[in-house]
Design a binder for this molecule. Structure first.
Ligand code: ADE
Length: 225
């Protein structure tokens, strides 16, 4: 998978891209993340990328030209499956969306800033709009890092324990069961006996039951869905 992220703040993405799971996936040759500075496509001597909103409202809008020039320079090189715009107006990001996107080959992610982008970009270039939650961030960079992480960790081979991504919370619409490690008793607080029993069929049943019970208690909305 190749992810091209377009941003006015490339430094904000350096941490996630160079340190996290994204770095590991890149080192293994399983995912490539390329960060593009929109300023390089800015207009004129000042490399302008934003301008005043038409109609008199306060605030700046990201201009159409630099963004289109950047997107089209990428599209000249390869075909993209999705051109995603990170925005609080978008569809709420969830595990099924991460699963679907993780199967794609080439993705562009455009990070918004200021008041947002010229509407014509959304109408003519963007194929998908994603929000990571009902709150407003200063820009789309942190959201792009969240979406990239969630997608890339699902690519087979990125996480060393292949089954672990499949048993994540949400993967089957349920929260994960509680987990424990040694010591089996700490300050009198014991690990449930069943987990020490070695009876894997019973342990699996216990885990399923716990997952359902926790979901009912903590996130009943997931069961309604
Ligand atoms: N940009 C600003 N806020 C955002 C959000 N909640 N999700 C995605 N992109 C954003």
């Amino acid at each position: 998978m190749r992810i091209d992220i377009i941003t006015v703040l490339p430094e904000l993405l350096h941490g996630p891209v160079n340190q996290s799971i994204l770095k590991r996936a890149s080192d293994k040759g399983l995912a490539q993340i390329h960060v593009h500075n929109l300023r390089d496509f800015g207009i004129g001597n000042y490399k302008q990328i934003d301008d005043k909103i038409y109609g008199g409202n306060a605030g700046m809008v990201m201009m159409i030209e630099p963004i289109v020039n950047c997107i089209e320079s990428l599209q000249k090189e390869r075909t993209y499956d999705e051109v995603i715009y990170m925005t609080p107006d978008g569809k709420l990001f969830d595990q099924p969306t991460a699963n679907r996107l993780s199967l794609l080959e080439n993705i562009i992610i455009l990070c918004g800033h200021y008041k947002g982008i010229d509407q014509r970009i959304r109408e003519h270039f963007i194929t998908m709009e994603i929000s990571i939650g009902n709150y407003v961030l200063t820009g789309g960079e942190l959201a792009a890092a969240v979406v990239s992480d969630a997608m890339v960790r699902l690519i087979p081979g990125v996480i060393s324990d292949e089954t672990s991504a499949l048993t994540d919370s949400f993967q089957d619409g349920l929260l994960s069961p509680p987990i424990y490690t040694r010591p089996a008793e700490y300050r009198g607080w014991k690990v449930p006996d069943i987990l020490l029993s070695g009876n894997f069929a019973e342990i699996e049943k216990w885990n399923d039951h716990q997952a359902l019970e926790r979901t009912l208690k903590l996130r009943p909305d997931l069961l309604e869905e």
